[in-house]
Design a protein around this ligand. Structure first.
Ligand SMILES: Nc1ncnc2c1ncn2[C@@H]1O[C@H](COP(=O)(O)OP(=O)(O)OP(=O)(O)O)[C@@H](O)[C@H]1O
Ligand code: SF4
Ligand SMILES: [Mg+2]
Length: 391
């Protein structure tokens, strides 16, 4: 029996694994791109375009922090999270974890590294095999990584894990369908913790749960972070969900990060027009504040990531858009110095300073139609009329 088998998971986290210094960069993402090919044709798979799901992301996650990643459905959050964990092949760019490049890692080296990189999914029912008991679900990863030899040896650790996520030891013999949604997510979290990881990517961890249990699961994640010395990337489409758990927040729009800062700074001083629109949609409990606060309604849908707008990707919906720079030049995510913000606030907008000072005022947005190539529309399933020549 290995020593690890008799130790509670939390002791292992605090004890026999060497963690680096809190605050140092644990995950370093540089110019990451994930482009999915769009194929068409029955015999020959002809590539007719690409979905630019992640398109040039720079991101650093520091050891021990929670980085909240938010954005509309389809903007590339899950793809980015999966690419960081090397569950998705990247098209370009690099991901470095604890000083080691994950991008070129494969085979046994990657398998060993996987222990450090775990995921908690949105749909706990879909991510837990209904035919496996909780014991079997939890022991699987521990055996695969050689942490324990068999279920008996794992028992003290399994009981500790369940206790840490707020479930009784009796849960071990039960199956996923016997639990409520919130309890199933606790099992999903215990499974991620079972191999004592360093980084957990939690992809919409509470969005499938009743509002009444969402806060409990978020609080549990916060408690476990302290106890296990974890680093989190928490993905959500709702800024309110990541608000209280995040140290820093990144806002994503069509494959890129458009704003990033300390959480409190982002909520107090949103600088990018997209962030301002997102925040203006979050209700405020105080009726006086609610009546007077900025309301920005975004016109139009999120453009297709298969055919992103030129220049600033937000220019088709931006009330502050300026000709012609916004249409032609893609703004880089850059540090800004604006009164009231911290020195680490980054924004990808050419006119962040002028918008913040009021020098540039919002205006009506004309709805712009997408000029998509015919092949791409066909591949995406849109109805395409044949070109009929005028007679
Ligand atoms: N395997 C794939 N092949 C082709 N396109 C994909 C694939 N996975 C994702 N996409 C597309 O990439 C884009 C980004 O998807 P992704 O799931 O990362 O978005 P998301 O921000 O997580 O959205 P949601 O909030 O709905 O979960 C979407 O247009 C999606 O349809
Ligand atoms: S760069 Fe232009 S279009 Fe983009 S967010 Fe800034 S003002 Fe709006
Ligand atoms: Mg997603």
């Amino acid at each position: 029996m290995s020593t690890a088998a008799t130790e509670p998971a939390s002791d292992r986290a605090k004890g026999d694994r060497t963690r680096g210094d809190k605050g140092e960069v644990l995950v370093d993402v540089q110019d990451l791109k994930v482009h999915f090919p769009i194929k068409r044709g029955i015999i020959f798979d002809k590539v007719v375009g690409h979905v630019y799901a992640v398109d040039g992301v720079d991101l650093q996650i520091r050891r021990g922090e929670t980085y909240g990643l938010v954005g509309e459905s389809g903007c590339g959050k899950s793809t980015l999270g999966r690419a960081i964990l090397h569950l998705e092949e990247s098209t370009e760019g690099t991901v470095t974890f604890d000083g080691q490049s994950l991008t070129d890692l494969g085979g046994e080296d990657l398998r060993k590294r996987r222990r450090d990189l775990q995921m908690v999914f949105q749909d706990p029912m879909g991510s837990l095999d209904p035919r496996q008991s909780v014991e079997s679900l939890l022991v699987e990863g521990m055996k695969a990584h050689g942490i324990v030899g068999d279920a008996e040896a794992a028992m003290p650790r399994l009981k500790q894990l369940l206790s840490d996520v707020g479930l009784p030891a009796a849960a071990l013999k039960k199956y996923p369908h016997e639990f409520s949604g919130g309890q199933r997510q606790r099992i999903g979290i215990a499974r991620a913790l079972s191999v004592d990881p360093e980084l957990i990517v939690a992809d919409e961890p509470v969005s499938a749960l009743d509002v009444s249990v969402q806060a409990q699961v978020i609080n549990l994640l916060a408690d476990l972070q302290e106890e296990y010395g974890l680093t989190y990337l928490v993905i959500a489409h709702d800024l309110a969900v990541v608000r209280h758990i995040s140290d820093r927040v990144g806002v994503m729009y069509l494959g890129g990060i458009v704003e990033e800062s300390d959480a409190a700074d982002l909520y107090a001083n949103p600088l990018h027009p997209y962030t301002r629109a997102l925040l203006s949609a979050v209700p405020v409990p105080d009726p006086d504040v609610e009546d007077t606060r900025e309301q920005i309604l975004l016109s139009g849908d999120l453009p297709s990531p298969a055919n992103p707008p030129s220049g600033c990707r937000f220019h088709t919906r931006c009330p502050w858009r300026q000709e012609s720079r916004c249409d032609d030049e893609r703004p880089q995510l850059r540090l800004v110095e604006i009164d009231g913000t911290t020195g680490s606030h980054k924004v990808a907008c050419h006119y962040a300073e002028q918008i913040a000072s009021g020098e540039i005022q919002p205006h009506d947005v004309e709805t712009q139609t997408e000029d998509k190539p015919k092949e791409l529309r066909e591949a995406e399933g849109d109805e395409v009329a044949d070109d009929i020549p005028f007679t």
